[in-house]
Design a protein around this ligand. Structure first.
Ligand SMILES: [Zn+2]
Length: 248
């Protein structure tokens, strides 16, 4: 009984090894190697993998029509368009994560990050495999985020840009504060990924608002104004917190 389950386990391994061309086949029993060869024959058709076809589709900025014209020259090699569509759906978080109204489109941050982790780990599987179980439980995903002060969380007519920007920042930061560690099992290993999000995708306007700098002519880091700019002798105090607005 135990032996049987071990064999099944190995068979699972070999499926993965074949896909990623892991050079570990030699350790396995001949029965399993036979299985593996069958597996290879199964997937060894000369067709572009759906994920690669999607990658080409997106990188080349193809339209459906363009893809279908390309495909018509080699229908065996290029997967059907609907397969690409399905592959693309896997890139998005689950349907319940979205909320779309007339004024707002929103994705649940936790779901978005959970999904991102799953996709990344799948992509980085060979690397993750080389880590030990302890390290896999201590992963950290550092994500950057930002805003442009033009989205409004609730549909409100507000003309004070600083308020809108700071409201946006605190709205996201509240969500970041409640983020939970992403835990899961992929293939044969379990993992935990902690989230760190840094507010770096910002422009000068957002920085000014976040640091309560009223004038666009004033440096938001050291507070220098245009009359100080040519004075190279002047050394302004820099508040390090201003270099990391999300720490404010
Ligand atoms: Zn400065």
């Amino acid at each position: 009984m135990l032996e049987n389950s071990e064999v099944q386990n190995d068979a699972m391994h070999i499926g993965v090894f074949q896909q990623n061309t892991w050079p570990k086949v030699e350790f396995l029993e001949s029965v399993i190697i036979d299985n593996a060869i069958m597996y290879q024959k199964d997937t060894g058709t000369e067709q572009l993998a759906p994920i690669n076809a999607l990658s080409m589709f997106v990188e080349a900025g193809l339209s459906r029509k363009q893809y279908e014209v390309i495909r018509s020259f080699n229908k065996k090699f290029y997967p059907c368009y609907s397969i690409i569509q399905n592959e693309k759906k896997k890139c998005y978080p689950k349907q319940e994560s979205y909320q779309v109204t007339a004024s707002c489109a929103e994705v649940n941050l936790q779901h978005l990050l959970d999904h991102t982790v799953t996709r990344l780990l799948k992509y980085l599987e060979e690397v993750i495999r080389t880590l030990n179980q302890d390290d896999r439980k201590k992963l950290i995903l550092i994500s950057k985020w930002g805003c442009d002060g033009s989205q409004q969380v609730q549909f409100k007519q507000k003309y004070d840009n600083e308020d809108v920007t700071n409201e946006e920042i605190s709205y996201i930061e509240n969500q970041i504060a409640t983020l939970k560690v992403t835990e899961g099992i992929q293939e044969n290993y379990s993992f935990s990924v902690e989230h760190k999000m840094t507010l770096t995708m910002v422009d000068g306007k957002v920085c000014n608002a976040a640091t309560s700098t009223k004038s666009t002519m004033k440096c938001y880091i050291c507070g220098a104004t245009s009359k100080d700019f040519n004075n190279l002798q002047l050394n302004k105090e820099i508040n390090p917190l201003l270099l990391a607005p999300n720490q404010l």
